[in-house]
Ligand binder design. Structure first.
Ligand code: L34
Length: 294
């Protein structure tokens, strides 16, 4: 048996079509469009690709998009000043600062500087806190994308054992919270594993749903999963390969092996990545509609 592919590219396309239709209606009604601003500092190649994809996707659904590009030497103060300026611009509904940032910039300080009302990445402590206690808020795009995939593929999560590999602020931690909530998808029994976990395979093998966000290429192998598990691969790595670009993209999961044992699996590329972009646009639309204003 080969696993059914959870097609993130296809679902992202559908989500974007839904957003596009709603934005078109808003334009008819008020002659006004949502506006997303992305800030990128430095030359990280993957970040450049992701931000370019976000800009293009925004434009395709009718969301105005601006990108502020700064050199790696930009000071923290300069960045904070730019954020102030955008926070105060009533024409802007969504503001993201693409991560990672150069080492001399304090990422927490930057995130806390973004107005929670424009924080369409859902990284601000106010939004993370609201998410944690189940209040309406911006949910980070990658976790929101995973939840949306589980929902649209009607993966049963209630009462299931969901094992989350990784405890990052951006992916592992929020997903462990979301999967444990009294929601659908959700209502799962959740275990979080991390670098200090003893005998990791003994735990991953118990997972009905395994969410992999550890940041290690092709780490999860077939012997680590239960037969017919649902495997969600949030990892994204560029590894050297004999291709035109000199690299190929793989996830945290050894797809060839694991797809022969799982019941559902997300591919990389074409799984969670495209959903991150679609859910960012969704959050920008929600911000425009002032769904979560303080
Ligand atoms: N502030 N920083 C902020 N917000 C985010 O939501 C992100 N993230 C992560 C990195 N830093 C961030 C993203 O945008 C990861 N991420 C992201 C976005 C898009 C894709 C992957 C990660 C994506 O489009 N992936 C494609 C392949 C892209 C390629 O060719 O490299 C895919 O099919 O998986």
């Amino acid at each position: 048996m080969i696993a059914k592919i959870i097609d993130g590219k296809l679902i992202a396309k559908k989500v974007k079509e839904e957003i596009k239709a709603e934005v078109a209606e808003l334009i008819d009604d008020n002659n006004d469009t949502p506006h997303l601003v992305a800030i990128i500092v430095g030359e990280d190649a993957a970040s450049q690709t992701y931000v370019a994809s976000k800009e293009k996707a925004a434009r395709n659904v009718g969301i105005t998009s601006s990108v502020y590009r700064y050199p790696a030497e930009t000071t923290e103060e300069e960045l904070l000043n730019t954020i102030d300026f955008i926070n105060n611009d009533d024409e802007v509904n969504g503001l993201i600062v693409q991560l990672p940032l150069p080492d001399h910039i304090n990422v927490n300080k930057v995130i806390e500087h973004i107005s929670p009302d424009k924080d369409v990445d859902g990284f601000h402590p106010i939004n993370v806190g609201k998410m944690a206690i189940g209040q309406p808020s911006f949910i980070s795009a990658t976790p929101a994308g995973v939840m949306e995939l589980l929902k649209r593929y009607k993966v049963e999560t209630e009462g299931k054992h969901c094992v989350v590999l990784g405890r990052s602020n951006i992916v592992g931690s929020p997903l462990s919270i979301l999967m444990s909530k009294k929601t659908n998808p959700g209502n799962a029994t959740v275990t979080i594993c991390h670098s200090k976990t003893h005998d990791l395979p003994s735990i991953t093998k118990q997972a009905d749903i395994l969410i992999c966000a550890i940041g290690s290429p092709e780490f999860v192998t077939a012997d680590m999963i239960k037969k017919d598990a649902v495997v969600i691969d949030v990892g994204i790595h560029r590894v050297p390969a004999d291709t035109e670009k000199g690299y190929k993209i793989v996830g945290d999961v050894n797809f060839d092996e694991v797809s022969r044992k799982a019941s559902f699996i997300t591919p990389v590329p074409g799984g969670v990545g495209p959903m991150t972009i679609a859910m960012l646009l969704k959050n920008t639309l929600l911000s425009f509609k002032k769904e979560f204003n303080q």
